[in-house]
Design a protein. Structure first.
Length: 748
């Protein structure tokens, strides 16, 4: 009855309009009326500001009045932002548990946990959100949702007009000018969590080419002479030597030559002459350095050899560093040390440089969370968020950025209360945390043993393993040292790295994956002939079989390093039986050659393959006869089965590991392995995620290879799993083609 009353009143908005002295007053009258009629303690109206791409609280009753105009949410942020973005209602008896919930201190909101919120849309144009709150024990019913939707539709037209008027009031000439940077204050941007951790620091915008072009276009007013130049050259050399040493100590597998190329250029007579001679003749030193840089860039860019062309990055880096040491204050070149770097895109080698220079965090504009730059950031323990939002373009050097790498948010120039909220979490990171407590081995609730293996990308990942109950290395991504370095490592260099891996591997159980170069893992010094569709190009085992000299060196190094361990070798991205046999033959040939030369090596490795190409599924039973084991690479399997580029944030919503086709493929592989008595494991990111473990165990999978960071957490989850129940769940999931049903089973 009450609801009917309300609708009539809203229908008579005209009356409210006339009785209101201002727009603010009108909005205030509306929220009071809606709250009263719907027996809500709080009613709020958020209106969308399309210039700033944010929802602003424009009217409220029930909370402290100072919240009006202050509370601002990005689409997707908080309950209102979620309702707005998804264009569907949210009704929860405890809204504080909503995954995107944002709490605003000082509003008095904590007493009103029961939420009902619906979008306001005029025609097809989004206007804002109306939100009701009650005390927790007083939940909203389905009938309330319908009523509030009708109210919202009745309000839409008038609120649509209010929105337009308010946006005209708010817009300043600066905002209307295209290309002019807005000063960002208290801005929240929703992104994707690519690497865990929190960071709070000043921003440094762009590195490499973008930065070089910026300073190359700058006019230097102050005069810098020969003495200044000499000082800057010395300082730069010292810096580079320190960095090279630090990176070698920390990352011995990947560090080789990373700064050596810069040092060599710095010592090169012709480079030195190119920078000093003009200064001796009176040219301003920064201009001379930039001119020399330009000359070398032109020279290297014109080279037909990709190895030489890659040197362009080194020159850009070096010149920027030199200018910083020469005329840093004038050039306003912020450092990387203790900063958060904002970049459009990064090479793996950039990441390594940033890590060795002490970067605190990274905000990337593009990429996917299963991309290899993200995987590498996790190994280097650099908090990283991918934010595909044009507002990132408004961030300026020196803006304060707070990264929440756990859920993928960034805050630009956050308010004090937000910083305070994160302070403890940021501080906790700097104190080395006690190693997680784990049981000596992992089993399900009903006592079925599950092997927890580690995915290792860099030797640095091994540090954690000695503190964990880990059954071995289930996936060594051997390509990382290749792609970070400046050249292909030799057999002996590889041997050095692989020996360290074997020495540190728990139970001396190590699975080496041979080179998985290509896709988004192309070394900068190696350019594919065809850059289109790299994920479908000369990738992985295809690369190794085309470049057998490189492949043979790697296989020999693996066999030699693994002589005293339980050695498994697997080939990535296998697509046919012939390809597998060809790769296996090369391993056999290498063993025969090592035997002949009398070297120490492992002569009985298990030889298996990654399952990540959909074509393999249909002939998996044949593969089970010839391969010693399977490891399912769900990152690529999902990408290729669903035709979704794993590095493209724009299609991230289509990247669904629990798609019914993927689930059935996993089960089929597990069944084929079991029937043939072969081992099968999962080594893609699905094994990291607690939500998928029950399904995987229900499929019969007993070995999970994961990022070590998740191991302790996942051991606990597995300890709660009952195998019979897991099998029943798996059967239910396999019986449906409906993604929503699968999500309900897995995540609700
Ligand atoms: C995978 O594809 O799931 C996998 C483990 O390999 P990568 O992520 O290195 O491609
Ligand atoms: Mg893969």
């Amino acid at each position: 009855m009450d609801h009917l009353n309300l609708l009539l009143n809203i229908g008579q908005l005209d009356w409210v309009f006339k009785g209101s002295s201002s727009i603010e007053n009108l909005l205030g009258n509306i929220v009071v009326m809606v709250a009263r009629h719907m027996h809500a303690d709080v009613c709020s109206i958020y209106i969308y500001d399309h210039v700033k791409d944010e929802l602003v609280l424009r009217a409220n009753t029930g909370l402290k009045p100072q919240a009006i105009g202050k509370i601002k949410l990005k689409p997707g942020e908080g309950i209102a932002g979620t309702v707005f973005e998804k264009n569907e209602p949210v009704c929860m008896s405890d809204g504080f548990t909503h995954s995107s919930f944002r709490y605003f201190k000082g509003t008095g909101e904590e007493r009103y946990k029961s939420f009902l919120s619906v979008p306001i849309v005029s025609g097809d144009s989004p206007v804002g959100v109306i939100m009701l709150q009650r005390q927790e024990n007083n939940r909203f019913e389905n009938s309330d949702i319908k009523t509030l939707q009708i109210v919202a539709s009745q309000l839409a037209a008038v609120l649509g007009n209010i929105k337009m008027i308010m946006s005209l009031q708010d817009a300043t000439p600066g905002e209307m000018t295209r290309g002019k940077k807005e000063q960002l204050a208290g801005v929240f941007l929703k992104g994707k969590a690519a690497s865990r951790g929190y960071a709070y620091a000043k921003a440094t915008l762009a590195i490499g080419a973008e930065r070089f072009h910026e300073i190359a276009g700058q006019a230097f007013g102050e005069k810098y002479g020969l003495d200044d130049l000499q000082r800057a050259l010395k300082k730069t050399e010292k810096e580079l030597i320190t960095l090279q040493k630090a990176v070698e100590d920390k990352l011995s597998d990947a560090a080789s030559m990373i700064f050596n190329a810069h040092l060599l250029i710095l010592k090169d007579k012709s480079f030195l002459a190119a920078v000093t001679a003009p200064v001796q003749k009176g040219k301003n030193a920064p201009d001379a350095v930039i001119a020399a840089g330009r000359k070398y860039i032109a020279l290297f860019s014109a080279s037909p050899d990709p190895y030489m062309r890659e040197k362009v990055h080194d020159i850009e880096d070096l010149v920027t560093r030199l200018i910083r040491n020469l005329a840093g204050r004038e050039a306003k070149l912020p450092p990387v040390h203790q900063r958060i770097v904002i970049a459009a895109d990064l090479y793996p080698s950039d990441l390594l440089k940033l890590s060795s220079e002490g970067v605190k965090g990274i905000v990337l504009l593009s990429g996917g969370v299963t991309s290899h730059v993200s995987i590498l950031a996790r190994s280097l323990q650099i908090p990283m968020v991918i934010v595909n939002d044009k507002a990132v373009g408004n961030i300026s050097d020196g803006d304060r950025i707070l990264i929440d790498g756990e859920i993928g948010n960034i805050y630009v120039n956050p308010a004090k209360d937000i910083v305070k909220e994160f302070k403890d979490r940021i501080d906790e990171q700097t104190v080395p945390s006690a190693p997680p407590v784990m049981k000596p081995f992992t089993e399900t609730k009903d006592g079925v043993r599950i092997k927890l293996m580690a995915n290792v990308n860099l030797l640095k990942d091994m540090e954690l393993l000695s503190h964990l109950s880990c059954d071995g290395v289930g996936l060594y991504r051997s390509e990382f040292p290749f792609i970070i370095r400046k050249n292909f490592p030799t057999e002996e260099e590889q041997l050095f790295v692989y020996r360290k891996l074997v020495e540190g591997a728990p139970s001396k159980d190590v699975t080496f994956r041979t080179l998985d170069i290509g896709g988004d893992k192309m070394p900068a010094y190696w350019e594919p002939a065809n850059k289109e569709n790299v994920f479908l190009g000369l990738r992985s085992i295809r690369f190794s079989l085309k470049h057998q000299d490189i492949f043979i060196q790697q296989v020999r190094a693996i066999l030699r390093a693994g002589y005293n361990c339980d050695l498994k070798i697997m080939f990535p991205m296998i697509f046919s039986l012939e390809e597998f046999l060809q790769a296996r033959d090369i391993v056999m040939t290498c063993m025969a050659a090592l035997e002949k030369s009398g070297g120490v090596f492992n002569n009985h490795p298990k030889i298996g393959m990654m399952v990540e190409v959909p074509a393999v599924i249909e002939i998996i039973e044949e593969f089970a006869r010839i391969a010693d084991f399977f490891s399912i690479g769900t990152n690529d399997l999902v990408q290729y089965m669903l035709a979704v580029d794993r590095t493209n944030d724009e299609v991230a919503e289509y990247y669904i590991p629990h798609h019914p086709a993927v689930l059935r493929a996993i089960k089929r592989v597990a069944d084929a392995a079991k029937a043939a008595g072969k081992d099968v494991s999962i080594c893609g990111d699905m094994a990291n995620k607690a939500g998928y473990l029950q399904f995987l165990i229900g499929c019969g999978i007993r070995t999970l290879s994961m990022n070590p960071v998740y191991m302790a957490e996942n051991q606990k989850v597995i300890g709660e799993i009952d195998v019979a129940q897991a099998e029943a769940l798996t059967l239910r999931l396999l019986a449906t083609g409906d993604i929503n049903m699968i999500e309900n089973e897995l995540f609700s």
